[in-house]
Ligand binder design. Sequence first.
Ligand code: NAD
Length: 270
Amino acid sequence: MQHRKIAFIGAGNMANAIIAGLVAHGYPASMITVCSPTPVRRDKMAQDYGIISTNDNLTAAQLADVIVLAVKPQMMKDVCEPLRQLTNLENKLILTIAAGIPAARYNDYFAHSLRLVRIMPNTPSLVGKGVSGLFAQSNVSEDDKQFTQQLMESVGSTTWCTKESEINNIIALTGSSPAYFFLFMESMQQKAEQLGYDEKQARELVLNAIEGSVALAKSQGDTPFSTLREQVTSKGGTTAMALEQFYQGHLPQTVANAMQSAIDRAEEME
Ligand code: NAD
């Protein structure tokens, strides 16, 4: 991976995950700066990873080749507008992980036509198993794209969106979906506890069943999920009876509706 000077603006969970991934993959810590007004958080990251920490966004951004905007969306305007003062913006690649802010709006915030990539990561990035959707503005070079992809591959896998609207599909598919799976796990755990398992046992059984199912699916190459489902379902058997309940509750349609609602909300937020 190429090594460029990176300034992370924001020292939250996501910045922490990406920095941890980069350093674990051998990225030179001396080329990473993290900026945050809260000293506890940024100093802990400096200690943990050997990176530089500061509360001076402008100086860090001025010295960097790559600026990663990692603050909450509602903070973004206030954080970006002072960066208009940067003297060599055309030489910088700007990456943003904020949800719900269209790429063009950053050009307004910075009063400049930016080389910008929108990144939509998800929380499994915190354990190196994330999925990130990436969308590049038209003036981003192949070299910049490759750098961004490698950066996000340090915390998982990546997929490029050719149209910006696809970022909202990625939100529904991978950004929000850890919560869908956690709801399913929560529901199974509740029933397991009603059956008499204690909380710890119930949690462990659910986790192991899901982990095993994912591992099995991965081991079967491109085998469709429907085939894997059929392979554990004997006609008239216990699994068939359980699945019947899901179909009666219109689970496939409910999942589709849920994903569409996430997309609609993402569009509304823009
Ligand atoms: P967080 O609340 O954990 O962190 C935000 C950080 O910004 C804090 O360290 C805060 O000190 C810092 N900050 C606030 N004002 C600042 C300023 N003026 N200058 C510099 N730093 C400032 O947030 P997070 O969960 O890491 O999320 C960061 C971004 O990532 C958000 O825009 C969010 O939409 C996006 N995102 C998060 C997730 C997720 O699952 N956590 C997933 C996808 C995208």
